[in-house]
Design a protein around this ligand. Sequence first.
Ligand SMILES: Cc1cc2nc3c(=O)[nH]c(=O)nc-3n(C[C@H](O)[C@H](O)[C@H](O)COP(=O)(O)OP(=O)(O)OC[C@H]3O[C@@H](n4cnc5c(N)ncnc54)[C@H](O)[C@@H]3O)c2cc1C
Ligand code: SF4
Ligand code: SF4
Length: 449
Amino acid sequence: MLDVGRHPNIELMAYCEVEGLEGEAGDFRVSVRKKARYVDEAKCTGCGACTEKCPTVVPDAFNEGLGERRAIYSWFAQGIPSTHTIDPDHCRQLNGKKCGICAKTCQAEAINFEQKDTLVELNVGAVVVATGYEVFDPSRIPEYQYQQIPNVVTAIEFERLLSASGPTGGHLDRPSDLAVEAEIEALEKKAKKGQKMLDKFEQKYETPSAQFYEAFLKGAYDGDEDRKKWAQKYEAQLEITRPLEALKKKAEGFDAAKKLAFIQCVGSRDFRFYPFCSGYCCMHSIKEAIIAHEHEPQTTSTIFGMDIRAVGKGFEEYKIRGGNQSGVRYVRGRVAEIVEGENHNPVVVYEDTREQKVKSEAFDMVILATACAPNKGVAELASVLSIEINRFGFFQTDPARPMDCTRPGIFVCGCAHGPMDIPESVAQASGAASRAAQVLIGSELRKAS
Ligand SMILES: Cc1cc2nc3c(=O)[nH]c(=O)nc-3n(C[C@H](O)[C@H](O)[C@H](O)COP(=O)(O)OP(=O)(O)OC[C@H]3O[C@@H](n4cnc5c(N)ncnc54)[C@H](O)[C@@H]3O)c2cc1C
Ligand code: SF4
Ligand code: SF4
């Protein structure tokens, strides 16, 4: 990525969208919308001072909504270009409220609330589409209760939890526990505010609130309006501190998730959704199980699947290593349903097809290996580029030339073409770049002759 950013022959246009394409192979005119960041890329140093001060907190999409970010943010650390962006949907200033704290904080004077989208016209010889994929939405399989049971997560969410730069710093906190911790934090804030109010009364009457309240209940201050107000404030404070103490006690018993279940083919190899194999999910489940074990050696993982498709050099050995050294158990069987057990533990109900028995087992957390689905914007982009998509929603290619789209001069690579892992995507990207170079060389030769 850094190399791409520095390469003299590559112009990286991030935060842009292709809106129109005219012409033909060797001579395309592309209209690109450069979206307003409200931050001058040339001035922003990426210091993050603005983010620290921005008061607007929103769910962080990069962390799959498991963490939070501010209205001025960088999508992820080490992104290129190293600049920040204001989210126009949430920024107070851009929504007619008074703020502008980021502009006052930014020493580089990079904030520009007046910035507008601009349209850039490019003349190119060929186009390579590399728009990737989206993970299948597992709430389409109601028996897995993805939205209902908090400790059922997708593999991509689990990756963010495992990541040292993720919302938990790589600690495998269970989402049900994280929700309680967020509730504690919110109640603590309220309690702090309430205590400030009580402090004023305590100072005025030189008595702790609890002691005063005991006397108040015995009728010691009947008719005293000020003390009545104090008693009401104290009661309101008890409404906060009682559940707060109970939650804190509950949180003392929280521990990292150590017993994990991975469910394969969620939406893949399923005729209701995508009949094909997503190719990479068996390996990413094994990888995630091994990493979880590296983080915490007591962790065990059970991978439920019809079979494990370890297709690739060294992949089968990696699978065996998971079983021998990282506490990974492979169970052949399709999971019928997940129900919620005690302590928000997901209980997996499945048929062990080797023993031909229906069994159930409780886990700390269940991870769904969701199918590789076409990107949401695929149909729109296909229409802009006048290329076809196949019946599953991936870009249609020529069977004899797997990178060639249905319009000459437009090529595709990676998961925009169909499910594939990173090495295969990279190899295909090289192939697509070579096909594009052939078009460019051909058009140069035609011009010269
Ligand atoms: C949980 C999980 C773990 C995985 N782990 C591994 C692993 O360990 N090893 C491995 O080999 N593979 C792994 N994979 C698979 C890997 O993610 C894919 O192989 C890889 O991301 C495909 O790369 P890509 O460039 O084709 O697509 P993507 O990575 O999806 O990149 C596409 C890019 O295009 C951008 N884009 C989309 N639409 C537009 C548009 N209209 N205009 C401009 N930009 C656009 C997107 O924002 C995105 O940045 C994993 C997948 C999952 C779900
Ligand atoms: S906008 Fe300003 S304060 Fe924010 S990261 Fe860029 S230089 Fe730093
Ligand atoms: S104007 Fe306020 S809300 Fe908007 S990004 Fe700046 S600090 Fe955040």
